[in-house]
Design a protein around this ligand. Structure first.
Ligand SMILES: [Ca+2]
Ligand SMILES: [Ca+2]
Length: 429
């Protein structure tokens, strides 16, 4: 009954995570002469060579922190399903303002470049935790030069995340002019200002279009004002979902994000996904971040806007206030892809040069597989390290001309295991 209006369907079964892997080794030698003893801690293997006249005992103790052992106290009551381990959460089981060890308030108004009408405050009338829920309340009142007040909280500067399952359980505000959102922005804008470094909209809802919930990615190639919005738009169609009421009932809204794709979920149902696909790259002359900047840390944002270019497109109904956005919890889960990893990734295959212009080439390949998960690919040109890429494609610039250039690509998993090298030649005339 969930209408799938999706750009791209991709089976996503893996999600990547990074946890501390701290192999340490101790070597005890009871001998007077040892000819050679080496310990490779990165692979937690030990090679010992002894002479015939000595006795050598070498032990290696591997200390690996399993993700299961790092669950924060406040998340310890969360059931682990399909290996999803809670690594950060706010269950809102306290009273007063939001937990300052997790959230910061945005304070201010002025429209946010988007003609929004609210002034965000950190007052309890706009955001209050009652022991079970966080309620963000929008009020009609003159404040700071704006006609409404509300709240926006974020984890920026406190905690950020890369890959995993990010989920909220909430009841959305109703009424024309409301615009609640659960979304993520990059902690450092590595690839430049918006939209170059990306934006992940997990859930947005505009009050004049009830029960139509939107999930959207913004990138340099696809963003809202260039006519090519990259979106899993209208994930829930109110015309076919008479039994689902997002305004008066709690539902969960989430994504599963890995190194090459983001998939949206509603009450655990997959709504579809958007992924990096090199053959969709329109010119092949641009770096991968233009299509996929989602290989960096992002922080979480929760807010209730009033009006704005989208939320206010049909005006604001002043009879709806106070309007409330009630959040039961926000959780981040990850899977443990370091512990118990025993196999090297498969070798990348099918190298394909999608374009060569001057000394720039765009190379792609078929993704590797692994017993746990691929973290990234390491790319070498003529024996020199060129860079990492989280996806199965890379723009290679400044290739030497008048020669064959020898390219090698190694897949790497989260435990630091490498595949064999995929080799190819790119000739620049
Ligand atoms: Ca709760
Ligand atoms: Ca592996």
């Amino acid at each position: 009954m969930l209408k799938k209006t999706l750009l791209l369907l991709l089976s996503i079964t893996i999600t990547l995570t990074m946890i501390a892997c701290d192999p340490t080794s101790s070597t005890t030698t009871t001998t007077t002469t040892v000819s050679d003893s080496t310990t490779d801690t990165s692979k937690t293997t030990t090679t010992t060579t002894t002479t015939t006249t000595t006795t050598t005992t070498t032990t290696t103790e591997v200390v690996t922190t399993k993700l299961m052992d790092t669950i924060p106290e406040e998340c310890s009551g969360i059931t682990i399903v399909d290996g999803w381990v809670p690594t950060w959460c706010d269950e809102f089981q306290y009273t007063g303002g939001v937990d300052s060890t997790k959230w910061r308030h945005q304070n201010g108004g002025g429209g946010f470049g988007n003609n929004e009408l609210q002034y965000y405050t950190d007052r309890s009338v706009n955001a209050y935790v009652d022991g079970e829920y966080l309620t963000i309340t929008a009020l009609k009142e003159s404040y700071g030069g704006n006609d409404y007040t509300s709240s926006k909280i974020w984890t920026q500067g406190v905690e950020d995340f890369r890959y995993g399952k990010i989920e909220m359980r909430a009841k959305l505000p109703s009424g024309r002019g409301t615009w609640p959102a659960f979304w993520m922005m990059p902690s450092i804008s590595k690839y430049g200002g918006w939209p170059k470094s990306g934006e992940i909209d997990i859930m947005e809802h505009v009050g004049y279009d009830p029960n139509v919930v939107h999930g959207t990615l913004h990138t340099e190639r696809f963003y809202s004002t260039n006519g090519r919005g990259h979106s899993t738009d209208s994930l829930i169609d109110n015309g076919t979902l008479a039994s689902i009421d997002v305004l008066n009932e709690f539902h969960t809204y989430g994504i599963i994000w890995n190194n090459t794709s983001i998939e949206w979920f509603f009450d655990g149902y997959s709504l579809g996904s958007v992924s990096y696909e090199p053959t969709k790259n329109q010119t092949y002359l641009l770096p991968t971040y233009v299509d996929w900047p989602f290989d960096q840390n992002f922080y979480i944002i929760l807010n209730l806007a009033i009006g704005g270019n989208w939320g206010g497109a049909q005006g604001v109904d002043d009879s709806i206030f106070p309007a409330t956005f009630v959040i039961d919890y926000v959780r981040v889960y990850q899977q443990d892809y370091i512990s118990d990893d025993v196999e090297n990734p498969s070798m990348p295959t099918r190298p394909q040069v999608l374009s060569i212009v001057d000394r720039t080439a765009y190379l792609t390949w078929a993704p590797s597989t692994d017993d746990n998960a691929i973290r990234r690919y390491n790319v070498f040109v003529n024996g020199n390290f060129k860079g990492f890429t989280s996806v199965n494609g890379i723009q290679l610039t400044a290739l030497p001309s008048g020669q064959d250039n020898f390219i090698m690509v190694f897949a790497e998993d989260y435990a630091g295991n490498f595949s064999d090298a995929m080799e190819t030649v790119i000739t620049i005339g």
